[in-house]
Ligand binder design. Structure first.
Ligand SMILES: [Fe+2]
Length: 273
């Protein structure tokens, strides 16, 4: 069985393609690569309904099951009126492609478990900045835009912790299987920016959830860990685990300005038996 993974499609930033072009291009690539199940680690678009429509149409068009966890951008309320992020989270959790509370058995040996995960500031430079400074999400003149468009009604750390608790519950139900873990945020220090760094001393706070590192020790059956959000692409083998970030990312950073070419370059596939 071939598993494919990709994240951070940001389809609404890649304006050279119409929606229909994107769906047929995407479907064609996953069919050409003979992917049996596609795992998408968040940030399809800035509008939850656009994300939902894209996932369902690609699934129909390609006849390939998709498993998804939302990213922070999928929660954004910039272009619609649903400003309570919990409502959007509930919407995603009710979809068939969602992983939260419903780990997916791929075959008799393998399961996929996932959560968007939320940042807990743990990868920021905690010597230079305290929790209060991170919670402002504003650095000089720049701001971390979730500040404007995401509203959980509680602290980031609380959201992060609640999602971690759910992950522990979900992992517990399949711990006798080989596990593919998928989160949107980074859960490993090699998947945030190296410090010291002028900007990322601060901004790393919003890239990952350091507390989630405990999952690896507590569930040694995690053989693959898939994450997104950071917009770099990386595959790292560490002990018996393979960690993957397969971000398509923002067209501003592409050398070749073509969505299809970038999808082919970023998509990672691997076979499980
Ligand atoms: Fe993201």
């Amino acid at each position: 069985m071939r598993i494919g993974t990709v994240s951070d499609l940001h389809i609404d930033r890649n304006r050279d393609y119409t929606d229909n072009d994107l769906i047929s291009t995407f479907s064609e690539v996953i069919q050409n690569q003979e992917i049996d199940v596609l795992l998408i680690a968040g940030d399809v678009s800035n509008h939850y309904l656009k994300t939902d429509d894209f996932l369902k149409r690609v699934q129909d068009r390609s006849s390939t099951p998709i498993v998804f966890v939302p990213g922070n951008h999928d929660y954004w309320a910039r272009d619609h009126e649903v400003t309570d992020t919990n409502q959007i989270n509930n919407f995603f959790n009710q979809q068939e492609y969602s992983l939260v509370g419903q780990p997916r058995l791929l075959n008799s040996e393998w399961a996929v478990v996932g959560s968007p995960g939320w940042y807990d500031y743990g990868y920021g430079n905690t010597v230079l900045y305290d929790e209060e400074a991170f919670s402002r999400k504003q650095y000089g003149f720049a701001s971390w835009n979730d500040r404007h468009y995401v509203n959980w009604g509680k602290s980031d750390q609380k959201v992060s912790h609640e999602m971690l608790v759910q992950l522990y519950k979900d992992l517990e139900t399949v711990k006798d299987k080989k596990i593919i873990l998928m989160t949107h945020v980074a859960t490993h220090p090699e998947f945030v920016m190296p410090l010291p760094h002028r900007v990322y001393n601060y901004a790393n706070a919003f890239l990952g959830a350091k507390a989630y590192e405990s999952l690896y020790a507590d569930f040694p059956s995690i053989e693959y860990s898939i994450m997104g959000h950071v917009h770099f692409r990386k595959v790292l083998n560490e002990q018996k685990k393979t960690l993957i970030s397969a971000c398509i990312g923002n067209h501003k950073h592409w050398k070749i300005k073509d969505f299809k070419a970038q999808l082919v370059k970023s998509l990672v596939s691997f076979d499980i038996t």
